[in-house]
Design a binder for this molecule. Structure first.
Ligand code: GRG
Length: 314
């Protein structure tokens, strides 16, 4: 079987049992499912040119929380869909996330040597190959999204493509990164920091949620609720990331702390302090959970993930 044809797979999985719902078990099970789908979908190292496939696999397998694809699958289920419908797009989003991390770590960007407790891609494969592995992952993401189930209307697939392209380009990650670079060494206010993070981190997190809802067949009012949820958890995630860069444990995080300070970046804690930043993150989580009131117990994982985002240590 061709490993690049996601629609050919039907995954066996246990639907959420709300009565016995335990977030840690859920996250672990979902991560295992996503890891195995990624392993199947990605080009094999045996395929030529093998070095770039090796670098793609190095950056995407064996590591990461898989938060974005987990959110995509959870949103799909919240609207009553089956996770098989969203798995290719969930993995596509994880490929785009990996692409952004590879490029973010490059010497011309943040120049980081470690990610997820291991040497960064350019440290292992060299800068040129890291750049190309990132580019290949971006292209591969769109290939994956083209392989969603033929049961999903092509108009929905097109909307998913649009969402993901927006979250990646100048309205999203690239735009946020440019604004972040331009702001370095300058004192930014809260509105500027919010705008940077809305694009750089928030856009892909929000998109992960909305796309799951679209592929699960959610109606417009449900997609609107998911968008509010996604926006708020994106904010809470970034504030927590800024706090962890000060108070976190480098070993647990798998990367050194203090990089924001080193790069002279304005962050939530540097502008409003750690306590007020925590309060802002809690408020965002409350708003995220509130937005889910239109859903029944099938949205329980999304509710629990929102709370986890500010409690996490990595
Ligand atoms: C290549 C799309 C693209 C953009 C280039 C470098 C860049 C411009 C944008 C940077 C985007 C970026 C790396 C944002 C940081 C996002 C972030 C907080 C990453 C950490 O996410 P986690 O904690 O990581 O989910 P794991 O390792 O768990 O996957």
């Amino acid at each position: 079987m061709n490993h690049n044809t996601p629609s050919a797979h039907l995954l066996a999985y246990a639907p959420v049992n709300v009565m016995s719902f335990d977030l840690q078990t859920y996250l672990k099970e979902r991560k295992t499912l996503i890891d195995s789908a990624m392993d199947r979908y990605l080009p094999s190292e045996a395929e030529q040119p093998s070095v770039v496939h090796e670098a793609m696999r190095y950056s995407t397998l064996d590591g990461g929380k898989r938060l974005r694809p987990i959110l995509t699958l959870a949103a799909c289920e919240a609207v009553g869909g089956q996770i098989e419908m969203a798995m290719p797009a969930a993995c596509a989003i994880e490929c785009i996330h990996a692409f952004s991390l590879i490029h973010d770590d490059l010497p011309c960007m943040d120049n980081d040597d470690f990610r997820r407790g291991r040497p960064t891609v350019h440290k292992v494969y060299g800068e040129a190959m890291a750049l190309l592995a990132g580019d290949a992952l971006f292209a591969f993401a769109f290939q994956l999204m083209s392989g969603v189930s033929s049961d999903i209307p092509s108009s929905t697939v097109l909307r998913v493509w649009q969402q993901i392209a927006d979250a990646t380009g100048t309205k999203g990650m690239v735009g946020g990164q440019v604004m972040d670079m331009q702001a370095q060494g300058q004192q930014s206010g809260l509105p500027e920091i919010e705008e940077i993070h809305k694009r750089k981190t928030g856009a892909l997190l929000k998109t992960s949620v909305v796309v799951g809802g679209m592929l699960g067949g959610g109606i417009e009012s449900e997609l609107d609720a998911l968008e509010i949820y996604g926006r708020n958890i994106g904010l809470a995630f970034q504030i927590t990331d800024d706090i962890l860069d000060i108070t976190g444990d480098a070993e647990k995080l798998g990367k050194p702390i203090g990089s924001d300070l080193k790069l002279d970046k304005s962050t939530y804690p540097s502008v409003i302090g750690i306590e007020q930043s925590r309060e802002l993150a809690i408020k965002a989580v409350e708003e995220a959970v509130e937005a889910l009131s239109v859903f029944d117990e099938k949205a329980e994982p999304l509710r629990a993930i929102a709370r986890f985002i500010i409690e996490r240590e990595l």
